[in-house]
Write a protein that binds this ligand. Structure first.
Ligand code: HEC
Ligand code: HEC
Length: 630
């Protein structure tokens, strides 16, 4: 062993190198405050190692980026750990950089002869921020996509050269695929290389001048090894432990795949850029340049000039004051931003929706069909559970409510006398449309169910009472309320049977049969049967139950086919005919949109073994029909 080392020493002189590396003199002894530089080298090493493993599985393109990160997070062995480490160590680096900068300025380590090294440090800081910014986009999920778009738009606001800068950042005239490949090349190629190069210079310069010791006479001189190394190691381990705790406790989030066609209002930068985000709000419109370029430029300028300004009398103190105020300002702006978001219901709902989509897409990706060749976004786009609420909110919530909300769980707000209020609908609440509960309400409480139609504007005045005082309302008031429970259950079961919905509890065939008799003929007390007014071709029957009255045809009532036909043309003869006030959606929605909406309204979507809670409270669980008798 010894001779082998001697052989190596002769060829390389490594002993001297090792000696030089380890026996750096530290006047005044090892200190905790010197650990920051080492921790940064340590965290950067973690980033290189984890980054390399991520790279092995990552595929940068708009069609595959999200999917490959999904693979890393959910399929690859320990992929979640590698990605989690990379994610949280990146954030730790930002904190450590701030601490390192503070320590260097307070200890006066930026003064002559260390000016150049201080500048190198500032450049390193910018590179790390660049790595963070580019990394945020790579998963190609909603939050990264939208936050980065904001960032490139800001770059576009640069005076004179803005458009060119934006093109450069976005990789072409449009933000998209080429932005991703470009950011990836920067993130995994250029920036790490620059970082290594500048880090080498930084450490070399540092070794040349040694550590800056504010008051060297306080303690005896020591060497880097073992005293400082021990302290550094403890600090590094503590950081690793903190990062691991975050990985296990939270894990790195992966949002839903980026959807350029959706307006995403939950876009926020990573927390360490929040102060910038908040500051920009104070510079609206054309003043954005001031917040985005001028102020950060000035701050960087002051930082760069610090080694020179320190020479002026009192300059050093001024610099300490400046960096303290700067960090305090960043902290304050960050807190303000977080607070504002906490009180912003719109933002909170958007975040909640984003989480829902993120969970849902994973569920779909893990379904037997998996992610097809069309990618993960296509899964969400073809998913009734995801699209139904959106379509309802967009098309139906102007008049209808869904359990009091807009389908996505939000109130419909209107500003009355300067106060935002939730407003009621002008048509029925469709939250439980087609369920047993709904049908019972039609029969026993029709005026209330259709009550909202009275509140419609001009047309409401003209036609609204038609429903609440029409013949169905009359029937409901005179007979419906008085129905025996067993008759009510029977007729309900019969109508529900027409819808073909999956039901909990399942249909009771005996009740269905009994309900059919009642529908056709009424009973001993009620001779005015449903069939007198409603035509119906009952499921599984050859002939039509027909009284030829003026009520809507109830064939397949509540089924997907019926709903589709109704929404397409509610004014058709078999539906509401001349009394109809609802717009026809034939030309307003395409067939696929209508399918998604109808499937959602029927509770018909892919459910993994542990079913997701229905969205916006969705389709309520059906309560078992009460036992017959009074
Ligand atoms: C402009 C207001 C308005 C919009 C928008 C609207 N509806 Fe209606 N809808 C009504 C009114 C009013 C009724 C009551 C019957 C009628 O007038 O046809 C109704 C009735 C219905 C019914 C039958 C149950 C009942 O309450 O009579 C269903 C189902 C329905 N709408 C679904 C939808 C769906 C789905 C959408 C969105 C694609 C939608 N509606 C959009 C006004 C509207
Ligand atoms: C006197 C005639 C008449 C009788 C009897 C009658 N209905 Fe109706 N029904 C109507 C009319 C008319 C409407 C449309 C609303 C209106 O104009 O009042 C309606 C509406 C409905 C609707 C709502 C359709 C929709 O689009 O949401 C259902 C469901 C319904 N009736 C079921 C029944 C059942 C079940 C019975 C028997 C228990 C019954 N009706 C008895 C006339 C009648």
């Amino acid at each position: 062993m010894h001779s082998a080392l001697n052989w190596l020493e002769e060829r390389t002189g490594f002993r001297e190198l090792m000696h030089e590396a380890l026996y750096e003199r530290i006047p005044g002894g090892a200190r905790w405050r010197y650990v920051w530089g080492s921790t940064l080298v340590f965290t950067f090493t973690i980033q290189m190692m984890t980054g390399f493993f991520l790279w092995m599985a990552y595929a940068p393109s708009t069609q595959t980026a999200w999917e490959s990160v999904y693979y890393i997070e959910h399929v690859m062995q320990y992929g979640w750990l590698v990605r989690g480490l990379h994610h949280f160590t990146a954030q730790a680096m930002i904190v450590l950089m701030a601490l390192h900068l503070m320590q260097v300025i307070i200890d006066g380590a930026y003064k002559a002869p260390r000016e150049v090294n201080f500048w190198l440090g500032l450049i390193l800081m910018l590179i790390v921020l660049g790595l963070s910014l580019t990394g945020y986009l790579l998963p190609w999920d909603q939050k990264g996509y939208w936050a980065t778009q904001v960032a490139t738009n800001i770059a576009g606001g640069t005076p004179v050269v803005g458009a060119e800068v934006q093109k450069l950042a976005a990789g072409g005239p449009a933000y998209g695929h080429h932005t991703l490949t470009r950011f990836f090349a920067l993130h995994a190629g250029l920036l790490p290389l620059l970082l290594i190069a500048f880090l080498a210079l930084h450490i070399w310069c540092f070794r040349r001048h040694g550590i800056t010791v504010p008051n060297p006479n306080r303690a005896p001189e020591a060497f880097f090894w073992p005293d400082q190394v021990l302290k550094d190691a403890v600090a590094c381990l503590a950081i690793l432990a903190a990062v691991l705790a975050m990985v296990f406790w939270q894990g790195a989030e992966l949002g839903a795949p980026a959807n350029p066609s959706e307006n995403y209002s939950a876009a926020r930068p990573e927390w360490y850029f929040l102060f910038l985000f908040e500051m920009l709000k104070y510079f609206p419109g054309k003043y954005e340049v001031v917040g985005a370029m001028v102020i950060p430029g000035l701050v960087m300028g002051v930082l760069f000039l610090m080694p020179l300004t320190a020479k002026i009398r009192g300059g050093h103190r001024l610099n300490i004051g400046f960096i303290s105020v700067l960090l305090a300002a960043c902290l304050t702006l960050t807190i303000i931003a977080i607070r504002k978001d906490r009180n912003n219901t719109g933002y909170k709902a958007a975040v909640e929706q984003a989480h829902k989509d993120a969970t849902r897409v994973v569920e779909l990706a893990q379904s037997p069909n998996g992610i097809g060749p069309t990618g993960a976004l296509a899964l969400l786009k073809a998913d009734a559970y995801t699209q139904g609420p959106r379509l309802f909110a967009k098309n139906c919530a102007t008049c209808h409510r869904h359990n009091g909300k807009d389908g996505m769980g939000k109130d419909i707000l209107q500003t009355v006398n300067g106060v935002e209020q939730a407003v009621d609908g002008t048509a029925s609440d469709l939250g439980n449309f087609g369920t047993r509960e709904w049908i019972k309400a039609v029969i026993t409480d029709f005026p209330k169910l259709f009550g909202p139609t009275e509140k419609a504007g001009f047309q409401g005045k003209l036609l609204g009472k038609h429903f609440t005082e029409g013949s169905m309302a009359e029937w409901s008031k005179t007979h419906g309320v008085k129905l025996k429970v067993e008759d009510l259950n029977a007729i309900t079961e019969f109508l529900v049977a027409q819808s073909g919905r999956e039901l909990t509890p399942p249909l009771d065939p005996k009740l269905v049969e009994k309900g059919k008799e009642f529908f056709q003929d009424g009973n001993d007390e009620i001779s005015e049967s449903c069939a007198q007014c409603h035509a119906m071709h009952a499921k599984g029957d050859a002939q039509t139950l027909d009284g030829g009255g003026n009520g809507p045809d109830l064939t397949g009532y509540g089924s997907a086919k019926w709903l589709t036909s109704f929404v397409n043309s509610p004014g058709a003869k078999e539906h509401y005919g001349k009394r109809n006030r609802m717009p026809a959606f034939e030309k307003r929605m395409n067939a696929e949109e209508l399918r998604l909406l109808v499937d959602w309204m029927q509770g018909n979507w892919y459910k993994p073994k542990a079913a997701p809670a229905p969205q916006g409270a969705g389709i309520p669980q059906e309560v078992p029909a009460p036992k017959a008798g009074h």
